[in-house]
Write a protein that binds this ligand. Structure first.
Ligand SMILES: *[C@@H]1O[C@H](CO)[C@@H](O)[C@H](O)[C@H]1NC(C)=O
Length: 515
């Protein structure tokens, strides 16, 4: 093209330029999830299956706790029947087809497969149940993503100390091998543990999950150590003995809510960092950081306080160099369960701690702005950008990590009906900030909404509902009915675009061609 442009040519170029700019603006509005991005939903065995003693299943710690101490559950309920997926699994898969899911994340009940936890005795009926579930998904091209452990430890292993027993890594590896051997020909995505913080802090260090151990000063830290070794053992078993023939991947899921400083003071920055280390760094650092140790600042405060309290050494156990090497790098991906966020302060809103505990060790305050939208769960608010902040933080901290969002969702009350506009707002907000994070360079491969359907919400019983599908727990058939959010999610999956104005024409579900 000559340098001397005629005026009409100039106008033409300007016109083309405007079209290109216009297209860009439109692309900005219509940001798409890549076609190979995996959309799914997630559930957990104890929360949906029921069949608590069906066909040879052994007792687990949630069976034991809810049967012997029913008062610890808000509505005195339990998961004996739950959504009865043990009998309704075909309907579950039909719902996955209705939504057009690429994948479904669910967990195996350890004691359904190994009734007393150890691998010498396999319950074939349990293996058959999971084979049926998996095969039904595969019939419709739905990819199973399997969590080995979502909180339902066989009671016999708890009687031996559970996660605190140094033999725990061996028990878990043996169980993992049984799962790989029986299902690994068809399951290509494995998650060892769901949410170490909830297992260790809530179950061992406090009383908000089974087994209510309340070993406040030490439970969290000892559990963390053996959980990490167990995770690494199961990962290495997969890599060494199964990966070459089965061609899958194995990782871990950690709960990562966002904790930023209340002010930009150095003290608040430090407080927020301590909080992040106590919440997820304790579990993520040994696996994903380059030095493979427990987080530095947290280790320092626990060691210092332990000595002040008269302990001979830190209440946080050491990881030897050999253990660090064993755990470091033991994950093909980082599964993130994300729900909410809070601001952290070095001075304001602090608790009054008398006995040693994780919270007393970090001794920081937290602040949630009152204007953030509230769900039916006290801990769950719509915290703007918390998913974006979490992902970009982890991406910058741990290099070259691939992420899946393995849970994200919103709770409503049991009587809130099928029009769940709050949940719709939450999902649209979260998915938009997920796209922001992906545009900022974070490698996210998939997203699992929590949850496919209403289920037993742990200590809250059936009082908090997280389902895209409502479940009628009064009805012996446990009838499932799609909420408005199910139709919104379906539309996002189909178009790969978040249309803020899309409204379903009816609340009658259908299955698209090909599903
Ligand atoms: C847990 O332990 C703490 C500290 O020892 C104690 O204050 C609290 O009452 C215990 N909680 C329960 C439910 O036993």
């Amino acid at each position: 093209m000559s340098l001397a442009q005629s005026p009409s040519k100039m106008r033409f170029l300007l016109y083309i330029g405007l079209i290109i700019a216009g297209c860009n603006a439109q692309q900005k509005q219509e940001r798409r999830f890549p076609d190979d991005f995996i959309f799914g939903t997630a559930t957990a065995s104890y929360q949906i299956e029921g069949g608590w003693n069906a066909d040879g299943k052994g007792e687990n710690i949630w069976d034991r706790m809810t049967h012997t101490q029913p008062h610890v559950i808000k509505d005195y309920s339990n998961g004996d029947i739950a959504a009865d997926s043990y009998n309704n699994y075909k309907r579950d898969v039909e719902m996955m087809r209705e939504l057009g899911l690429d994948a479904y994340r669910f967990s195996l009940s350890w004691s359904r497969i190994l009734p007393n936890g150890l691998s010498y005795k396999i319950n074939e009926a349990g293996v058959t149940f999971y084979n049926n579930y998996i095969n039904e998904m595969l019939k419709y091209n739905i990819t199973p993503i399997v969590t080995l452990y979502h909180w339902d430890l066989p009671q016999k292993l708890q009687d031996l100390g559970g996660f605190i027993n140094p033999l725990f890594p061996e028990w878990f590896e043996d169980y993992a091998r049984v799962a790989y051997e029986n299902f690994g020909d068809r399951v290509k995505h494995w998650i060892t543990f769901n949410e170490p913080r909830e297992i260790c802090y809530e179950g061992y260090g406090w009383t908000t999950k089974a087994p209510l151990l309340n070993a406040t000063g030490i439970g969290t830290y000892y559990c963390a150590k053996y959980l990490l070794l167990a995770h690494a053992s199961a990962y290495k078993a997969y890599v060494n003995d199964f990966k070459a023939t089965q061609n899958g991947e194995c990782g871990i899921t950690i709960s990562v809510n966002w904790f930023g400083p209340l002010t930009d003071s150095a003290d608040d920055e430090y407080a927020a960092e301590l909080k992040r280390q106590a919440e997820w760094g304790l579990y993520a650092n040994p696996i994903f950081s380059e030095d493979g140790s427990f987080p530095k600042e947290l280790s320092e405060v626990v060691a210092k306080k332990s000595l002040e309290q008269g302990y001979k050494k830190s209440r946080m156990p050491e990881l030897s160099d050999e253990e660090k090497k064993y755990i470091r790098g033991s994950s093909d991906f980082f599964g993130v369960n994300h729900y909410t966020g809070a601001y952290v302060s070095a001075e304001d809103n602090k608790g009054n701690y008398i006995t040693p505990s994780l919270l007393a060790d970090i001794d920081v305050g937290s602040y949630v702005p009152p204007e953030w939208l509230s769900s039916a769960s006290t801990w769950l608010k719509l915290s703007p950008n918390s998913l974006y902040n979490s992902l970009t933080h982890l991406h910058n901290k741990y290099r070259n990590v691939k992420f899946y969002i393995t849970e994200n969702g919103w709770s409503t009350t049991p009587d809130s009906g099928l029009i769940d506009d709050d949940r719709v707002l939450y999902y649209r907000t979260a998915l938009n900030t997920l796209l922001d994070a992906m545009e900022a360079g974070v490698d996210v491969k998939g997203y699992m909404a929590w949850s496919l359907m209403d289920n037993f919400e742990w200590m809250e019983g059936y009082k908090e509902r997280f389902g895209l599908y409502h479940v009628n727990f009064e009805d012996p058939a446990r009838t499932r009915t799609p909420r408005k959010s199910a139709f919104i999610y379906k539309q996002i999956l189909k178009t790969r675009v978040i249309d803020p104005n899309y409204e379903p024409a009816t609340l009658t579900m259908w299955i698209d061609e090909g599903h």
